[in-house]
Design a protein around this ligand. Structure first.
Ligand code: CA
Ligand code: CA
Ligand code: CA
Ligand code: CA
Length: 412
């Protein structure tokens, strides 16, 4: 592994850094040990199975308002809404050439939900050789296709579409990256935030603000949003994987200026991070200073940057291909835990329990299941966060029912 991460000066911290990887490896036993399902605190449920294309992203919302979450996933040339909980599919859109200057692929790379037209229902935002949105109709589960509209067809290779109120005006914006070069796009190696137009049903595209203007090279992957310098304005983080793209293998953040429509200052966090992918600003160690969790999803390892100086500390340097990252309180004890899943079909899904001080105890959730998109969502409405996973090359969508609280109560 090519990493420039340094251990800290604090001897206790040093001990923790060296102990955690050893514990992690012994406990996880990657590749060999079968998962002991009898001891599992997570129950796997399949929503979509055995499709003919990869499934890279999935989102959930209760579209028919029956109190049960439905999911949307894109695969096999379309976008499908699966009704919870029989998961019957309804095709809400078929990709076709002509809606964009670029020929669409079989599936979105990424997706999110925003009420774009402010009519009270969540519309679907996707990245598939262009950025687009599908308008949720009044009867979302009817056979009527959702209306397709372009957000931006110059933003290409967008691995991340992230909903956030960037300028703090109370309206949701979209953060997206464009990682291709000049041959393919007029917005090469850049990251932008996009404002929803006043009349999104009529607008030809959204207002694009390129804050990282050609200074996000090397295959930028996922962004995060949070106030890293405590000035009250949200900043944006990103990681870039590197090969086959040049000038990648970094994690960085961009500082939002007073005028968010002007250029933003880039701060490099770490270099030589082969396969850098995800990066979330979150509070990890209870000191009220924002920290950052990051993964090398096209390489190996997960680690965190301890604020306020963003000193990097490894959590599990050996986990392979953690292309997904969840940072949420999974066991309900008021601190942020972490979950990741390997990218390939032999991937391992692991959650890391935070002791509240930034020391993490890993537990395997599943093996031989890949993911390109893992989200913490209360899928069964029982008050705890479950994990929803787009299986990527496993061509499926699964969710893991969180039984941590149940186990904790019954063991008292
Ligand atoms: Ca809507
Ligand atoms: Ca800030
Ligand atoms: Ca927790
Ligand atoms: Ca739940």
């Amino acid at each position: 592994m090519n990493s420039n991460i340094q251990s800290g000066a604090n001897p206790w911290r040093l001990a923790i850094i060296f102990l955690i990887p050893l514990t992690a490896n012994a406990k996880l036993g990657y590749c060999q040990d079968p998962l002991d399902r009898n001891n599992s605190n997570w129950v796997k449920h399949t929503i979509v199975d055995r499709q003919k294309s990869a499934i890279n992203s999935t989102v959930a919302n209760d579209y028919d308002r029956d109190g049960k979450l439905d999911i949307i996933a894109s695969y096999q040339g379309g976008v499908f809404l699966h009704r919870g909980t029989d998961w019957q599919p309804i095709k809400i859109y078929s990709f076709k050439p002509g809606n964009s200057r670029n020929k669409p692929g079989k599936a979105c790379i990424h997706s999110c939900l925003i009420d774009v037209d402010r009519d009270g229902d969540l519309d679907f935002i996707g990245s598939n050789q262009t950025l687009f949105w599908l308008e949720c109709p009044d009867e979302p589960l009817s056979d009527i296709p959702w209306v397709y509209r372009t957000i931006d067809d110059e933003m290409l290779g967008s691995h991340c579409v992230l909903a956030a109120d960037v300028d703090g005006n109370g309206a949701m914006d979209l953060i997206a990256n464009s990682f291709h070069d000049e041959k393919k796009t007029s917005v090469p190696r850049s990251i932008a935030w996009l404002e929803i137009p006043a009349n999104p049903r009529k607008a030809k595209h959204w207002k694009r603000h390129v804050f990282a203007d050609q200074d996000a090279p090397g295959g930028s992957h996922y962004m995060g949003f949070g106030d890293l310098n405590g000035d009250g304005r949200g900043d944006i983080t990103c990681g870039a994987k590197g090969q086959p793209f040049t000038d990648g293998e970094w994690f960085a953040w961009w500082e939002q200026p007073v005028d968010p429509r002007s250029s933003w200052k880039k701060h490099l966090l770490a270099e030589n991070q082969a396969g850098a992918s995800n990066i979330h600003p979150v509070h990890i160690d209870g000191d009220n200073k924002i920290d950052i969790v990051a993964t090398r999803g096209h390489g190996t390892g997960i680690f965190w940057f301890q604020g306020p100086n963003f000193r990097p500390i490894e959590i599990d340097p050996k986990i392979e291909g953690p292309h997904t990252l969840v940072t949420s309180d999974l066991d309900g004890d008021q601190d942020i835990d972490i979950a990741v899943c390997g990218r390939t079909t032999d991937g391992t899904t692991v959650w890391y329990e935070n002791d509240g001080a930034g020391n993490f105890n890993p537990s395997v959730i599943d093996r031989n299941q890949g993911s390109y998109d893992l989200r913490a969502i209360d899928m069964d409405g029982d008050g705890d966060l479950d994990l929803l996973s787009a299986g990527h090359q496993n061509n499926n969508v699964v969710w893991y029912e969180n039984q941590l609280k149940r186990k904790r109560i019954s063991s008292r």
